[in-house]
Design a protein around this ligand. Structure first.
Ligand code: G1P
Ligand code: ZN
Length: 543
């Protein structure tokens, strides 16, 4: 099969964000668009001849076409093996695992995470390095630079592999290995959690509902929860990955996972509910009529990790992104282990894990994970909770109440204003920044401002400095307001306002978070002159 060298022209919009390159499907379908970006990856990583590449995606529209193109390009660029999930399917955490387990040079994951799919939806592509984690910024910038000057790409003509058949095919000088996307991952989960104990729980009268949201975790959850752990058939719903996610928005939160929320808050609801996102790295945990914030979930997991076999030896440290609540900080303090506060995005955790400094990490945006892979991992978090419930023999709600009693409760909420004009988004941020000098020391209702800053992070491992990571207004009682613009949206600007207050008094732990945060919410809108700058008074999504 001949290698074809194709002349091309650069596109100027191929700068990968924190989670790879995400664009509308129509953008990716432009002639040479995907090929240019893939060649820019290959040129930047300069994999030595004989390297292996892991390849798979969340099954969204254009996944299959992209797999075929990338396989042909890998063969023409000197890879000796491409490991592809059957049907082109690999969840993000499973891809991370395979890169590590198979000693691959890296991997390409096709996903736009929780963004809607289908011909009118989004597509995405990201490169993960040999440690299994997202490409560091140095590399994504190099890829972007290449994409600006590219003039040709290499591809093997006439690639016809059958991604639905497990086995090996020779393609030029390369082997294409189609594997079961689930089995390695399921095996790893069995090594971390007490499956015996969880089987007893799930085969008894404890009922669960896992909503795969028509996305990638369906096959993983069916195999692990129903087949291996014996949850009742039908416990996993929306389990078949669809190219358009059934027209939904596969983001596990109270707004987009509304079907699951209805089940969990309805009559005769299951004891435990959970959902994951498009590519399987996010998770939402619910009890009967009860929602666990991701920040609390991280804190509870850290405080109880000794109950889970894979973590019995203890935690080397924990990390959270800056906007994530400080609930886990107090757990770290009581365990006497280090706590790291990093910028938003998973890649900052990777360095800490590679250096053995942290075992657990998480973000307020429904992402939790550990050093078992280098991505956040939705199903892993669900299994962690099930293992805890089985070990403690307590309901989700009782576990949280006990936790708050011991550590206090961080009321927490994130208000998103999606699809703002780009200028309006920037304007809000600059308005807040301009008020910093006046705010310091001032009194706003019952709050006194301690300090304000634009969060920056000096990576303790590689010494790199990340600036401009979100505006913080910190009050003397530890309450906070944080403003930042999303780096992952594909339409206009998304403004995120994060609100947090701390309460030690257990008589007040039962309050609704929105009620407890009422004053801070109005202060946050006043400081940013939100309505004047954006015309908005209500967030599009509250989590
Ligand atoms: C969002 C989340 C962030 C997460 C990222 C990728 O990024 O807020 O925590 O790491 O998606 O899943 P944002 O859109 O806020 O930049
Ligand atoms: Zn995701």
């Amino acid at each position: 099969m001949p290698v074809r060298i194709v002349e091309t022209m650069p596109f100027d919009d191929q700068r990968p964000g924190t989670s790879g390159l995400r664009k509308k499907v129509a953008v990716f379908r432009q002639k040479h668009y995907l090929e240019n970006f893939v060649q820019s990856i290959f040129d930047s990583i300069a994999a030595p001849p004989g390297s292996a590449l892991v390849l798979g995606g969340d099954g969204r529209y254009y996944n299959r076409d992209a797999i075929r193109i990338i396989v042909g390009m890998a063969a023409a660029n000197g890879f000796s093996r491409v490991i592809v999930g059957m049907g082109g399917i690999l969840s993000t955490p499973a891809a991370s695992l395979l890169i590590r387990k198979r000693g691959a040079f890296g991997g390409i994951i096709l996903s736009a995470s929780h963004n809607p799919g289908g011909p009118e939806g989004d597509f995405g592509i990201k490169y993960n390095s040999g440690n299994g984690g997202p490409a560091p910024e140095k590399l994504t910038e190099a890829i972007f630079a290449k994409s600006r000057s590219i003039s040709q790409y290499r591809i093997l003509d006439g690639v016809t592999i059958d991604p639905d058949k497990i086995g090996e095919t020779i393609l030029g000088n390369m082997v294409v290995e189609v594997i079961d996307p689930v089995s390695d991952y399921a095996e790893l989960m069995e090594s971390l959690f007490d499956f015996e104990l969880m089987r007893n729980l799930l085969q008894g009268d404890f009922s669960i509902c896992f909503d795969a949201m028509h996305a990638v975790t369906g096959p993983y959850a069916r195999e692990i929860l129903e087949n291996r752990l014996g949850a009742k058939p039908g416990s996993v719903v929306n389990a078949i990955p669809l190219a358009d996610f059934g027209g939904g928005h596969p983001d596990p939160n109270l707004t987009y996972a509304e079907d699951l929320v209805k089940v969990m808050y309805g009559g005769n609801s299951p004891d435990f509910g959970a959902a994951s996102d498009g590519d399987g790295d996010r998770n939402m945990i619910l009890g009967r009529h009860f929602f666990v914030t991701p920040s609390d979930s991280l804190a509870v997991i850290a405080a109880n990790a000794h109950l889970v076999p894979g973590y019995r030896e203890g935690l080397s440290g924990v990390a959270r992104s800056m906007p994530t609540s400080g609930a886990v900080d107090r757990v770290a303090k009581s365990l006497n282990i280090p706590l790291f506060e990093t910028p938003t995005g998973w890649k900052f955790f990777g360095n800490l894990m590679d250096a053995g400094r942290v075992t657990l990490c998480g973000e307020e945006s429904f992402g939790t994970g550990s050093s078992h892979v280098r991505e956040k991992d939705g199903l892993w978090a669900v299994l962690f909770w099930l293992n805890l419930i089985a070990a403690k023999r307590m309901s989700v709600e009782a576990i949280l109440k006990e936790h708050w009693k011991q550590f206090g409760r961080n009321f927490y909420s994130r208000h998103d204003y999606e699809n703002l004009p780009l200028e309006a988004g920037k304007d809000v941020i600059e308005t807040v920044r301009a008020r910093f000098p006046d705010l310091a020391g001032s009194i706003l209702g019952k709050y006194r401002v301690d300090f304000c800053d634009d969060f920056s992070y000096l990576d303790p491992i590689d010494g790199s400095l990340s600036v401009g990571q979100g505006l913080r207004i910190i009050f003397t009682d530890g309450s906070r307001i944080v403003y930042r613009l999303s780096g992952t949206g594909t339409e206009g600007a998304t403004l995120r306002i994060y609100l947090e207050s701390f309460e030690m008094d257990s008589a007040r732990h039962g309050l609704d978070a929105q009620d407890a945060l009422l004053d801070l919410i109005s202060i946050s809108r006043e400081i940013s002159r939100l309505e004047e700058k954006t015309g908005r008074v209500t967030p599009t999504v509250i989590t």
